[in-house]
Design a binder for this molecule. Structure first.
Ligand code: ZN
Ligand code: ZN
Length: 412
């Protein structure tokens, strides 16, 4: 018995006026997800708690059975891990952007014209950078996608309790990193980060790649903006808790990183981009191919959430259709007597507001011997009528593991 859990990031939504007060899931044709709902058990889920809008990182941790209030220590380390960097306990990792700044360090473009070519070379120029006043600190920097990078500071006495240098909008100066608590570690880390900002700015400004960009009329990538400082949580691996082998199939670094941090494997699927262009059927195929080796496979689709953040209803519907195709491929190519298929979202993302909200998300689970209820289609309101009732994110893994016979009895 095995489980494939499909998470459409931010797929759940609120009612939308243009859709006659219905949600995108209610109006989009989703024959495969409806089949899972019709032949499965359904419910709604508060990833963290009712009314709490989760971040994607905390939502995934809770869905994997961990209490984010106890273990969550920032996003940056997950991104770095998911980007393929080794993150050690004590490392402080950030999400970074190559950006364009002027001489006064005012940000002209937070994404350096969405730089593609040359970003790897610029990252190499900063990877391993020595910070003179802090010889015991190592800087590890890797370009990920377009203007994005992962940045790790490694050394003694570091703290994640430092503020972002990223001002989060253009026409603002790069922020000084500030300590967020009274510890000497936070103060020291903020000094290290600020030194890195100035030093890396000088190196990037003089880099031949930026001279070339300027000569082509492109914006130079002459600064690094940092945000989301984090350290890796030290937890008992999910593989150990349930005695399973577990895999994540995702395009986005964050999701790979969260899953890696709890002991899951990840693979790179060609065409799995983490954006609208993602090849969802390639992900489904990869899940099917890997099924013999794993008890639990999480397949993540990001574009549903991005569409809502962009308030782009057409894209949200298009991405829901892609999720449905993925589910269709899984239904056709897996043995219904051996494989459970579960579908959910990590949180609701409102296409109207472009923000995550605290509304519960639909859950459907199809598989041998589930208590099939009367729900006929997969949506926020339909699933709410189902036999699972209203659960928390932290209930999902125990429910799935109990269905596949991996639970441990409590009492005698
Ligand atoms: Zn999310
Ligand atoms: Zn989101």
């Amino acid at each position: 018995m095995r489980v494939i859990l499909i998470i459409g990031d931010g797929m759940a939504d609120r009612p939308i006026k243009e859709l006659g007060g219905k949600t995108p899931l209610q109006v989009t044709s989703t024959p495969s997800m409806d089949e899972v709902a019709r032949t499965g058990v359904n419910g709604v889920m508060d990833s963290i708690a009712p009314g709490i809008p989760p971040g994607s990182d905390t939502a995934h941790l809770t869905i994997l059975g961990y209490d984010p209030y106890k273990i969550y220590e920032g996003r940056g380390a997950f991104e770095a891990l998911g980007a393929g960097l080794k993150v050690k306990p004590g490392d402080v990792a950030f999400r970074g952007n190559f950006a364009t700044v002027d001489d006064s360090l005012t940000v002209l473009d937070r994404r350096a014209g969405r730089i593609r070519e040359g970003a790897e070379e610029l990252a190499e120029a900063l990877n391993g950078l020595k910070l003179d006043p802090f010889p015991e600190v190592q800087v590890i920097l890797k370009n990920t996608v377009e203007h994005r990078c992962a940045v790790i500071f490694r050394g003694p006495h570091l703290s994640r309790m430092v503020s972002d240098t990223d001002p989060h909008e253009s026409d603002h100066k790069i922020n000084e990193a500030k300590p967020l608590d009274d510890s000497s570690e936070a103060l020291r880390t903020s000094s290290i980060v600020n030194f890195f900002t100035r030093n890396s700015r000088m190196i990037l400004e003089k880099h031949p790649m930026n001279a070339e960009r300027r000569s082509k009329g492109l914006l130079p990538a002459n600064a690094i903006l940092l945000r989301g400082a984090g350290v890796i949580p030290e937890v008992r691996p999910i593989t150990d808790i349930y005695g399973i082998k577990a895999l994540v199939v995702a395009g986005g670094a964050l999701y790979k990183g969260v899953c890696n941090s709890v002991g899951m494997d990840s693979i790179n699927v060609p065409g799995a981009t983490g954006n609208y262009a993602t090849d969802s059927e390639a992900k489904a195929k990869s899940a099917v191919e890997n099924l013999p080796k794993y008890d639990f496979i999480l397949v993540h689709i990001k574009g549903t959430d991005s569409a809502s953040h962009d308030s782009d209803l057409g894209k949200k519907i298009m991405m829901i259709e892609k999720v449905d195709k993925l589910v269709g491929h899984l239904l056709k190519n897996t043995d219904p007597d051996e494989v459970f298929i579960a579908i959910t979202s990590d949180h609701t993302t409102s296409t109207d507001s472009g923000e995550h909200t605290g509304d519960p998300v639909p859950v459907s689970i199809k598989g041998p011997n589930v208590r099939v209820d009367s729900v006929q289609s997969y949506s926020e309101t339909d699933c709410a009528q189902g036999g699972l009732g209203r659960i928390r994110g932290s209930d999902l893994m125990p429910i799935l593991m109990d269905l596949v016979g991996k639970s441990i009895m409590f009492g005698e």
